[in-house]
Design a binder for this molecule. Structure first.
Ligand code: NAD
Length: 330
């Protein structure tokens, strides 16, 4: 099938061209994001392949359908950027990659915890500058601490298993329990209990209307003073302004995020020569106890290979009229 890739980076091109040797689709790569303004680029392509920050809004969907696109292949798990009601009404098929490496994201969440707790970002720079003082680098043992896991699907489970290896006590909240985690000794509790008892809280649930800003002023107020909050899931789970107030008051002790609610105009590009206009993001960056990475949780060799193989297989299934287990429906 002729596929137009949007938001394509050199590493996407490499992994998809390698995987495509087994599929023989016709691949065209565009660097631009798919938005209503760039949707005309999809003309003549029955499939578009998109990523996290492409905008599959009503305007974009109507434009690509008018230009005969029939399939949206998400090369990611989340599909919160697709207006599914409109896609369904327009008869557009939507496929995704539900799992490519839950280990990659879980390991990155643990990396953020270690980085914040032991202040590795400061330590690295200090030693390079010949400053071998330890003042200001004091951390805490993770062993014996309460770790709250919000969302215990594939990534949450991997994360919980790693933290179990550190000797932590696991608390979890999810709309449904994961039996594997119960077997591991995880205690499922209601969200307020998790918030009140955890030393570290890590978010692993999807962004949905009922999870939007699930961490807001009220939920942060319920946390222990000095709690560490980690988000590798979706930026919209946290009300950033509420997090900033809590960092100022000390109610939040550390914040580690791989996702940011307004990341669409920032992440996945080199803006180092420009003045960042997002004041909220700039303020967030200024705190010494905040670490931000630019949505790289998924970014491992294994994950890229799995993403390319699954996406191209999804497209083949739809093209050949076979059932596709990764089709997204309302
Ligand atoms: P999953 O579907 O396996 O697990 C999600 C879990 O969240 C499920 O157990 C589900 O029951 C639970 N859940 C749903 N609604 C909830 C609610 N209201 N409260 C609490 N829990 C709820 O998904 P996954 O593969 O583990 O991925 C989790 C999230 O990680 C994705 O939705 C995506 O946003 C994010 N993600 C981030 C990256 C990255 O690079 N940073 C990469 C992949 C996925």
């Amino acid at each position: 099938m002729k596929i137009a890739f949007f938001s394509a980076k050199p590493y996407d091109k490499q992994s998809f061209e390698t995987a495509n040797r087994a599929f023989n689709h016709d691949l065209t790569f565009f660097e631009s994001r798919l938005t209503p303004k760039t949707a005309a680029l999809a003309a003549g392509f029955p499939a578009v392949c998109v990523f996290i920050n492409d905008e599959l809004s009503e305007d974009t969907l109507r434009e690509i359908v008018a230009n005969e696109t029939q399939l949206i292949a998400l090369r990611c798990a989340g599909f919160n950027n697709v207006d599914l009601d409109i896609a369904t009404a327009l008869n557009l098929k939507v496929v995704r990659v539900p799992a490519y490496s839950p280990h990659a994201v879980a390991e990155h969440a643990v990396g953020l915890i270690m980085m914040l707790n032991r202040k590795l970002y400061k330590a690295y720079n200090r030693v390079r500058e010949g400053n071998f003082a330890l003042q200001g680098l004091l951390g805490f043992d993770l062993h014996g601490k309460n770790i709250g896991v919000v969302g215990t699907g594939k990534i949450g489970e991997c994360f919980a298993r790693i933290m179990n290896g550190f000797g932590c006590n696991l608390l979890a909240y999810d709309v449904r329990e994961n039996p594997a985690l119960v077997e591991l000794g995880t205690q499922y509790v209601e969200l307020p209990t998790l918030l009140a008892q955890s030393d570290v809280i890590s978010l692993h649930c999807p962004l949905l209307p009922d999870t939007y800003h699930m961490i807001d002023e009220e939920s942060i107020r319920q946390m222990k003073p000095g709690t560490m909050l980690i988000n590798t899931s979706r930026g919209g789970l946290i009300d950033t302004k509420a997090a900033i107030s809590a960092l100022k008051s000390g109610q939040l002790g550390h914040l580690g995020i791989d996702v940011y609610e307004d990341e669409g105009s920032l992440f996945f590009q080199d803006l180092s020569d420009t003045v960042i206009q997002d004041d909220v993001f700039q303020l967030l960056q200024s705190f010494p106890n905040v670490v931000i990475t630019a949505h790289q949780g998924f970014f491992t060799q294994e994950a890229l290979t799995n993403i390319a193989n699954t996406t191209l297989a999804n497209i083949r299934d739809i093209e050949t009229g076979n059932a596709c287990e990764n089709e997204v429906s309302l």
